[in-house]
Design a protein around this ligand. Structure first.
Ligand code: UN1
Length: 512
């Protein structure tokens, strides 16, 4: 079937009826949603007003006041059920992700798998919210740390991981004793609606099993920027976790700081890989191809800059260019296609602007043109672009959310390392090498300055077990695995005197 004849509204209807969502929740509203696969409208959602959003946040705060009293392992039980419901709805939600974002089927399903994985992680975590006991300088005293729930946590998510980002935050926030309030991207409210319905299923099972849970533990706010602002400015929201562009982070961060609320920022990346003389080139080729072209270049971890040693440049780069020419582009729901569409026309235009700027800066561009245009006028499919750049200038320093890979030649490892770090962003990074010194140097304190640094795998596709996030303009936040849970709790230091005297710290005397 050609794209022009494809009607995705039937698919959406089917998925929503499977999830028990009524048509009035996604038709007849003011927020139009388009599928990037065809460009056709697939839903119209009612939007919340700023006043109602503020009232919903108050209710979420009330939910937090109750939920924090439930023992953490019991809270974990709710997240366990959420994981089960996600398993049951994996096909449906994964397909909806593909329809709303344009991801190929395995990536749509992979996104739901990430949600399931973080639920499993959070269930274990619900029995491991531990603090330290610290040696005190006073006799008959004990000093310890206790971690307490924080409040109603704001979550602002981007279109490219429309549901996984919610789950990384929500699964942890919930076991940590918080309520959540979610403002998804305006481009992907359908998957948000579906996720909220799945959460509610888990919640009703939890309550049916005679557990206590307040209402409004998870709140979904559908709306535009002004609704995000309500969330950011609301005094009952102690933390906002925001994923999106650096520009968004620049707007959100200071507003939160103004009222001394916390921010967890996951902003732009400009991820690079170094291909060293000893690299396994077959493995490198596959690693680079997935990281640079996968998800049509629309991951924050997408590989955007490649530094290739001059001894392997002439072998690797033509092979890479060939892979770019032959990669299958088209309907992401059809098996066999590896590159789906860009999210919308604006994304296409930004990509073309970057290509122009690269040419102007002396870049040799292969690919980047629109394809499949005749079939669906409002869908934006492109051939991924590979650009040989003489130097790291102009658009190479920016994150363009599209499949563009800038390739640069190097001869000295230290030079490559310096250029690698010489961009404003600091999310993810890789080196392809079999030289132990290079690999270890890359991971060392004078190596990659990113939050994620890999050897012999690409920079994208991180597992949930590690802390995810980056430095510099990427915003400094960490979510998902490791001890990222600490961001969703407040720490209290407790000192306890079990003696009969009152020694003061630092030897202070104050006898009244
Ligand atoms: C993002 O693009 O916003 O590491 C997050 C990855 C995924 C997450 C990407 N696990 O590519």
């Amino acid at each position: 079937m050609t794209l022009a004849n494809l009607d995705l509204t039937q698919d959406v209807k089917k998925i929503f009826s499977e999830l028990g969502i009524k048509p009035e929740s996604y038709t007849g509203g003011t927020l139009a949603v388009r599928s990037p696969i065809t460009g056709q409208e697939i839903g119209r959602l009612p939007e919340i007003t700023a006043t109602d959003a503020a009232a919903a946040i108050e209710k979420a705060h009330a939910a937090f006041l109750e939920w924090r009293l439930v023992p953490a392992p019991k809270r974990g039980e709710l997240v366990r059920l959420l994981g089960e419901e996600l398993r049951a709805s994996k096909e449906a939600l994964g397909r909806l992700v593909s329809i709303e974002v344009g991801k190929i089927t395995s990536e749509g399903l992979g996104e739901v798998q990430e949600m399931i994985d973080i639920c499993d992680f959070a269930v274990g975590l619900s029995r491991q919210l531990y603090g330290l006991t610290i040696a005190t300088e006073r006799a008959d005293h004990r000093m310890m740390e206790t971690w307490h729930p924080l409040g109603a946590i704001g979550i602002i998510s981007a279109f490219n991981f429309p549901v996984a980002v919610w789950s990384w935050n929500a699964a942890l926030a919930l076991v940590c004793g918080n309520a959540t309030v979610w403002k998804p991207s305006e481009k992907t409210p359908l998957t948000a609606l579906a996720t909220q319905a799945i959460f509610e299923r888990a919640l009703s099972r939890y309550v049916a099993e005679r557990n206590t849970a307040p209402e409004n533990l998870s709140t979904l706010l559908i709306g535009g920027r002004e609704i995000g602002e309500v969330l950011v400015d609301h005094e009952k929201v102690p933390l906002v976790s925001a994923t999106g562009s650096t520009a968004m982070g620049r707007a959100v961060g200071p507003r939160l700081a103004q009222r001394f609320a916390r921010s967890l920022l996951e902003l732009g990346g400009n991820n690079a890989a170094i291909v060293a003389p000893t690299a396994d080139l077959d493995l490198t080729l596959r690693g680079v191809a997935f990281a640079a072209m996968g998800t049509a270049g629309q991951r924050c971890t997408t590989l955007r800059r490649l530094f290739v040693h001059d001894s392997v440049y002439e072998t690797l780069v033509p092979r890479l260019a060939k892979a770019y020419q032959s990669v299958t582009i088209g309907n992401p729901l059809e098996g066999g296609n590896l590159v789906g569409p860009l999210i919308d026309k604006a994304a296409f235009e930004k990509m073309q602007k970057a290509l122009e700027a690269a040419k102007f800066a002396g870049g040799k561009v292969t690919g980047g043109e629109r394809v499949n245009q005749d079939n669906a006028a409002d869908a934006y499919y492109v051939r991924p672009a590979i650009i040989e750049m003489p130097t790291q200038t102009g658009p190479v320093l920016e994150e363009t959310f599209a499949p563009i890979l800038y390739v640069m030649k190097y001869s000295d490892f230290e030079d490559a390392l310096r250029l690698h770090n010489d961009v404003p962003q600091g999310l993810s990074s890789s080196i392809f090498t079999n030289d132990m010194r290079e690999a270890e140097t890359f991971l060392s304190d004078r190596g990659s300055d990113c939050g994620i640094a890999n050897v012999n795998i690409g920079p994208s596709g991180a597992e949930i077990g590690g802390a995810f996030g980056g430095e510099k303009e990427t915003g400094g936040g960490r979510e998902s695995g490791s001890d990222a849970w600490k961001a969703y709790m407040r720490r209290a230091t407790n000192t306890l005197n079990y003696g009969r005297t009152l020694p003061l710290a630092q030897g202070v005397k104050f006898d009244v």
